[in-house]
Design a protein around this ligand. Structure first.
Ligand code: SF4
Length: 483
């Protein structure tokens, strides 16, 4: 009989992630405050966790399968899941905390919902199954249900399609919560060489797209802040984008900072046939904007929305963050009131996450209380509903206030296809520019291969041709020949 403990050799990282849901220090796991055993008994795997004077024990039937490889795979999965569930159960008992997403530690809870649907459950049953199996709050199950229902109205993913991402890794200043590799644009001396390298990579990418025979689905120009380029540079970027990648069913430009916009740039966006832009206040409180390192005011956000509407741009998205430093529920209410007044077509409500590489982490800022963040997130949902929006994509991150979530809401007919594709990971993505990550999806095998571009701008300038070749190898199946 195989010893089931062999399946748990690399489980410690998963257990650490669970402790983060409860705010239990990692060292309590390392110093054997919690111990566990996993045994096979009478056709069941039995896991027992002990610690802090308590004990939790759970059991599942040992899976069987006629094929040895699949039998091993199912047994390994069952043991690992059982181990996580049992530890979660003990931590709940010890701390008295009920995390909103229960024992889920992954960033894509919709995947588990889709798994339940594929197993033959109805939408209602899938929601109840996640409440039972992972102990998520019923409100989160309802959020998942609505999100998946919105996604089911979109053109379904198919192997014959690919999305394109173009990254401009420059911003006017750096936000204190930023963990991206984007740099401040400074005197702009890196921009010209960067655009030359990017255009050459895009040219090679256009040929690759033709050679794969895939059809373009959605295209996203992000970063960084693409509109931080000068007007001339920005027009060249749009020209090259449309020359290399015409015919997408959706084009988005991230225009995140209102102080980078001009009537001229907005007019060019519309004239190039780009239907969706994102103007992101993050907060409508000037004091917070200063504190988080954004060099614009709430007034400039209002002006930018008016300018974009004058330019005839139909779909403006707004991103906000719940739980920013120094903000309470009243501060967040002011941001939500501004959203109601500005009436974007879509609204993404992020919850603050303090990543290890951000200035907030370096400066030792603390996340807000979970209950405060949760009230803000609820207010975001209510505001979206008052704007006639429904949730359409959702993801979680590590180190998030209250272990909550980020949710994209949209008025029906305005969900961003690219946002769904990137989160659901069911569409090929060709990414260009420093830090872009290309993905090839193998739907039959349920497998994804990634090819990340280098994120350092100076290194990208030297190695952009190699990045283009690696993408070619990824999509034409020659990856193993590359070093
Ligand atoms: S705008 Fe975005 S990419 Fe730029 S510094 Fe802020 S968070 Fe980072």
């Amino acid at each position: 009989m195989a010893n089931p403990s062999q399946y748990l050799e690399t489980i410690s990282l998963d257990l650490h992630h669970l402790t983060q849901l409860f705010g239990v220090p990692d060292r309590l796991v390392e110093d054997s405050t919690f111990t566990y055993t996993m045994e096979e008994r009478e056709g069941q795997y039995v896991c027992t966790f002990r610690g802090k004077g308590k004990e939790a024990r759970l059991a599942v039937p040992v899976p069987s399968h006629p094929e040895e490889r699949l039998r091993e795979l199912h047994r390994k999965r069952a043991c690992r899941r059982l181990c996580r569930q049992t530890f979660y159960s003990l931590l709940r008992d010890v701390t008295g905390i009920h995390p909103p997403w229960g024992s889920m530690t992954g960033i894509r809870p919709t995947h588990l919902f889709y798994e339940a649907l594929e197993a033959g459950m109805s939408m209602e049953e899938a929601g109840s199954h996640l409440v039972e199996e992972f102990d998520i709050l019923p409100g989160k199950a309802a959020l998942l249900r609505e999100t998946v229902a919105s996604q089911q109205l979109l053109p379904p993913p198919a192997d014959g399609f690919a999305d394109v991402y173009i990254g401009i890794p420059f911003c006017t200043t750096r936000c204190t919560y930023c963990s991206f590799s984007s740099g401040e644009i400074g005197d702009g001396r890196l921009v010209e060489p960067y655009l030359r390298a990017l255009f050459s990579e895009m040219e090679a990418g256009a040929a690759l797209l033709r050679d794969t025979g895939k059809q373009l689905r959605a295209l996203y120009i992000g970063g960084g802040t693409p509109t931080s380029l000068s007007e001339k540079q920005f027009i060249r970027l749009l020209d090259e984008t449309m020359r290399c990648f015409p015919g997408a069913s959706e084009y988005t430009v991230e225009a995140g900072r209102p102080d980078t916009l001009s009537a001229g740039k907005l007019e060019e966006i519309r004239a190039h046939g780009i239907g969706r832009i994102s103007i992101n206040p993050q907060t409508m409180n000037d004091e917070t904007l200063r504190l988080i390192g954004r060099a614009h005011t709430a007034r400039q956000v209002v002006e930018a929305y008016a300018m974009a509407r004058d330019a005839g741009i139909g779909h403006i998205n707004m991103d906000v963050i719940a739980g920013l430093p120094g903000e309470d529920l009243d501060s967040f209410r002011r941001t939500m009131d501004a959203a109601l007044a500005l009436r974007p077509k879509s609204l993404t409500v992020h919850t603050l996450a303090i990543k290890r590489t951000s200035r907030l982490q370096v400066e030792n800022w603390q996340l807000p209380e979970g209950s405060v963040a949760s009230d803000m997130v609820d207010m975001g949902r209510e505001t979206a509903s008052r704007l006639g929006m429904h949730p359409y994509y959702l993801y979680r991150q590590k180190y998030m206030a209250g272990n909550l979530e980020n949710v994209g809401y949209a008025i029906p007919g305005h969900a961003c296809l690219y946002n769904v594709d990137i989160m659901e990971e069911n569409t090929h993505i060709l990414a260009f520019g420093a830090g872009g990550i290309s993905k090839r999806v193998f739907p039959e095998e349920g497998h994804i291969e990634r090819q990340p571009n280098v994120s350092n701008i100076a290194v990208y300038l030297e190695r952009h041709e190699e990045m283009a070749m690696r993408k070619r190898a990824l999509f034409l199946g020659q990856l193993s020949t590359q070093t």
